[in-house]
Design a protein around this ligand. Structure first.
Ligand SMILES: Cc1cc2nc3c(=O)[nH]c(=O)nc-3n(C[C@H](O)[C@H](O)[C@H](O)COP(=O)(O)O)c2cc1C
Length: 208
């Protein structure tokens, strides 16, 4: 008898304040929405006045196994609504601190797009640090909340990627990654040994 693997529930919290200009995240959103059973929340559409419903957000977190923040890098960081969301939703006693273990064991993934190249995000580059370093506050937040931090899935040089027709492939690989997370086929020990999840070699266990 074949054992049925219960699919993991993925929640994408998407933050892009200027979606009418978006190419990369728009393509990624289309790919993500095709993943069965995935919940896709457009935070700016849901909270145009940034009045986040903490109770609803916490309930939604409890209902999912994998939490994804999808966003364009703005000023070396996330768009502001994601910071507001963290400040309000990740409460003491819920996400951390005494009895604050409600997110324990969930997986956390950043899917971000950056205007600058990976070379710019290097010690010798204009930004002097890797993008993974700029994203450390999210990594440490995930750790404090006892979540499993998956190395970020990044599209660098978004404008060049658009001009070279690479965005479509990036979106396809994003869909493949999300499908692997949904069916629990991401090889976690291999994934966490890397600095980033590289689209050319996603550590996905094939189905037998
Ligand atoms: C206000 C603003 C700030 C930005 N700051 C950065 C930044 O700090 N680093 C970077 O690599 N790109 C930066 N960018 C470029 C965006 O990350 C890039 O346009 C986006 O990832 C492309 O995705 P999209 O096609 O979905 O909009 C910035 C763009 C804007 C509009």
């Amino acid at each position: 008898m074949t054992e049925q693997v219960k699919s993991k529930k993925i929640l994408i919290l998407f933050a892009h304040p200027a979606q009418h200009h978006s190419k990369a995240n728009a393509a990624m959103a289309v790919a993500a929405k095709q993943v069965e059973g995935l919940t896709f929340i457009d935070l700016y559409a849901q909270y145009p006045r940034l009045k986040i419903d903490v109770e609803a957000e916490q309930k939604r977190l409890l209902e999912h196994d994998v939490i994804v923040f999808q966003f364009p890098i703005f000023w070396y960081s996330t768009p502001s609504i994601l910071k507001e969301w963290q400040d309000l939703v990740l409460e003491f006693g819920f996400a951390y601190g005494h009895d604050g273990d409600k997110l324990k064991g969930k997986k956390f993934l950043i899917a971000a797009t950056a205007g600058r190249s990976d070379q710019a995000y290097s010690v010798d580059g204009d930004n002097k640090h890797s993008l993974r370093t700029f994203l450390k506050p999210l990594e440490l937040t995930a750790e404090l909340c006892q979540m499993q931090y998956i190395p970020p899935f990044i599209l660098h040089a978004s404008l060049e990627a658009q001009q070279n027709g690479e965005i479509e492939n990036h979106a396809i690989e994003y869909g493949r990654l999300l499908n692997a997370l949904s069916s629990d086929r991401l090889n976690m020990s291999e994934a966490i040994s890397r600095e980033y999840l590289n689209i050319s070699q996603l550590p996905i266990n094939e189905v037998n």
